[in-house]
Design a protein around this ligand. Structure first.
Ligand code: AMP
Length: 636
């Protein structure tokens, strides 16, 4: 048995001993009493009885050895700022923020929503929450008021931390009006709003509710706020993700298991060492940002780069396709983490850009969020000359479910495959209809995880255990297994290949969106009677959303200009409610939508037609002409 196979085997078969050892990567105030409690499946409780604190592990525990080393390196090519915080400075800032939160009445267990651009204060707010045992819920800054409102309603935050504006490609995007509108739409109203004023956009304050961070920070300049020791099972955060219904799910994560999972992943998977620099280009609004911009690198005593901006603009605001590589050179980045979409963007730029900088500090580039196609993988591997390591995970898993653990044993990657199941994950492939386990190589099935799930994995759906059980653990007949809702196939060497989603979730530029959410937004246009949204393959973004609509009043819509006007209006409705990320690439008017005789929308058939693939068996289809019209529209 290979070294890694034995490591993986122990993590499953000798679970308690294996994870008790991994638990030593973090600092505990009191050690865990039980390692893995799986007495109430499918729930798994890790390290119960142990007390710890995420912020202590990420910040305070490093003060003795590395107070003057870099902790947070903020680079914004949007506003031309480059600023470094040492561990000592980060400790000071987090305490100022924690004291501010306390002054606004926040205490252990309270929810704090964070709707922020990529600014240091967002990181301070996350760490300040976990410092005092408050539960943070970060909402991606690119989401608009409708998405934000549904998250506010579900999380019921006492406080929302936000800012005047973000910026993208030099264009200021005011956040405050979106936030005010979201609070107006939400049935739950936060007691307070804390605002970071970047001086980018004017803000209207609501008296008694809105507070300026600059003023409160000044009042708490010398604050000392001790870490609150919490049980390992204490909820550290929730993070909303799209599913098959219109209502996003609050993925709920613990404290101790998460800290251990991240701490162990640094040596085993990412090969990052204390004192080195980690550069993850994701956003704090996504799980990758939580795990590998904020908590992971800091728990591991590394410096982390927080980057606001496009991969193609420099600090002077001018076009610069080499900006990321210049940061790699300057900060001697040893671990870099990005997404295939970003690499595809860079691939379209001048290839010589990569050669301008010394990137020899890099040990590897990790890519995740969407399938890594072979041409993109090969291009960046050749250009950088370092290993490109694909890793497959989900908001729910918190860290990679599949990759190559080169820190345990060096093993070749295969293009198109994220690798093999990580330690702690008992992965199986099942037949979707029968639940039969597919053991022979080459058979396509649903990727599932047999419980108990490993440390760092979601605890439940926020305030909805029933939804957690029903959605994730009861989707396959006769089996209580966690479904990833991804299709996969395994080759003879045990490497997996991910073949797309089994449900109505699409992946746009590495970001997960529910087609139902987009459909709900599209339907709110007064002239939309029916709509189907599907994800269609796109060379740059992996997938884009396409909307097919049946108009309430089709009069005049045989005119191309009128159709174009309706398309523009529908796009604006989606922009306003969900944000530009969810905006369909096209909105096409059809006479009817393809459905089964029982009225179920045939999204997979529409998608197949759009991608010029075989539609499969359509004998249950009500009206074949519906699909033909879509085929004709797409052929234009
Ligand atoms: P999210 O929860 O937003 O991170 O989205 C998770 C989904 O993204 C997974 O269920 C997959 O469909 C897809 N995904 C993430 N990483 C990969 C990868 N390396 N290869 C293929 N698909 C991926």
């Amino acid at each position: 048995m290979s070294v890694y196979a034995e490591f993986h085997r122990r993590s499953i078969e000798d679970r308690d001993a294996f994870w008790a050892q991994q638990a030593e990567w973090i600092t505990w105030q009191t050690p865990p009493q039980t390692i893995c409690d799986h007495s109430q499946p499918p729930f798994t409780r890790w390290f119960a009885g142990g007390t710890t604190n995420l912020c202590h592990n990420a910040v305070d525990r490093h003060l003795a050895a590395r107070a003057d080393q870099d902790a947070l390196i903020f680079v914004s090519t949007e506003v031309g700022i480059e600023k470094t915080y040492t561990y000592r400075a980060l400790h000071d800032e987090v305490q100022r923020m924690a004291a501010t939160l306390q002054s606004l009445g926040i205490t252990t267990g309270d929810r704090v929503q964070i709707y922020m651009p990529m600014v240091p204060e967002a990181v301070f707010a996350m760490l300040a929450c976990t410092r005092i045992g408050a539960i943070h819920s970060v909402v991606f800054g690119g989401f608009a008021s409708g998405s934000l409102a549904s998250r506010i309603e579900d999380a019921e935050p006492k406080l929302i931390v936000s800012a005047d504006a973000g910026s993208r490609g030099g264009k200021v995007i005011p956040y405050k009006p979106l936030l005010d509108e979201a609070i107006r739409l939400s049935r739950h109203k936060p007691a307070a709003v804390l605002l970071v004023d970047r001086g980018l956009a004017p803000m209207e304050r609501v008296a008694g509710r809105d507070h300026d961070y600059a003023t409160l920070r000044q009042q708490h300049r010398d604050a000392q706020v001790p870490c609150v020791w919490v049980d390992a099972t204490h909820t550290s955060y929730t993070l909303y993700t799209s599913g098959t219904t219109g209502k996003p799910k609050g993925v709920q994560r613990d404290t101790g298991g998460y800290a251990v999972a991240l701490a162990a992943s640094l040596p085993h998977i990412f090969m990052g060492k204390p004192g080195e620099t980690f550069f993850c280009t994701s956003d704090i609004g996504w799980v990758v940002g939580h795990s590998y911009i904020v908590y992971g690198p800091l728990i591991g005593g590394m410096a982390t780069i927080l980057y606001e901006g496009l991969p193609t603009r420099g600090l002077d605001g001018e076009a610069n396709p080499a900006i990321w590589w210049s940061l790699v050179e300057k900060y001697k980045v040893s671990v870099m983490f990005s997404a295939p979409t970003a690499v595809r963007v860079l691939k379209k730029q001048d290839p010589a850009a990569l050669k301008q900088h010394d990137v020899s500090s890099l040990k590897a580039l990790f890519l995740a969020g969407e399938p890594l196609d072979e041409p993109t993988g090969r291009w960046i591997a050749d250009a950088l000359g370092v290993p490109i390591i694909d890793n497959y995970w989900q908001t729910e898993t918190g860290w990679p479910l599949m990759t190559i653990a080169n820190g345990v044993e060096k093993r070749a990657s295969k293009f198109g495959s994220p690798g093999v199941p990580m330690y702690g994950f008992d992965v199986r492939l099942l037949d979707e209809a029968t639940g039969e386990e597919l053991t022979e190589p080459g058979r396509k099935g649903v990727v599932v995880v047999q419980g108990p799930t490993p440390p760092g994995f979601m605890q439940t759906v926020w305030r909805d255990d029933a939804r957690f059980v029903k959605t994730y653990w009861q989707s396959i007949p006769g089996r209580e297994v966690y479904s990833t809702f991804d299709w996969g196939v395994r080759d003879a060497d045990g490497y997996y290949f991910i073949l797309g989603r089994t449900d109505d979730v699409i992946n746009v530029a590495g970001h997960r969106l529910g087609t139902r959410e987009i459909e709900e937004a599209v339907s709110s246009h007064p002239n939309v009677a029916e709509v189907a949204v599907v994800g269609v393959a796109d060379a740059l973004k992996g997938q884009v959303a396409m909307a097919f609509i049946v108009a309430r009043d089709a009069a005049g819509l045989d005119d191309a200009a009128a159709r174009l006007q309706l398309e523009g209006e529908v796009m604006r409705v989606v922009d306003g409610q969900l944000g530009a990320l969810a905006r369909p690439a096209r909105v096409l008017v059809v006479n009817t939508l393809p459905k089964t005789r029982s009225g179920k929308l045939l999204r997979r058939a529409i998608q197949a037609v759009c991608e010029q693939r075989d539609t499969g068996d359509l004998t249950t289809m009500e009206d074949p002409a519906a699909l033909e019209q879509i085929r004709a529209l797409m052929a234009r």
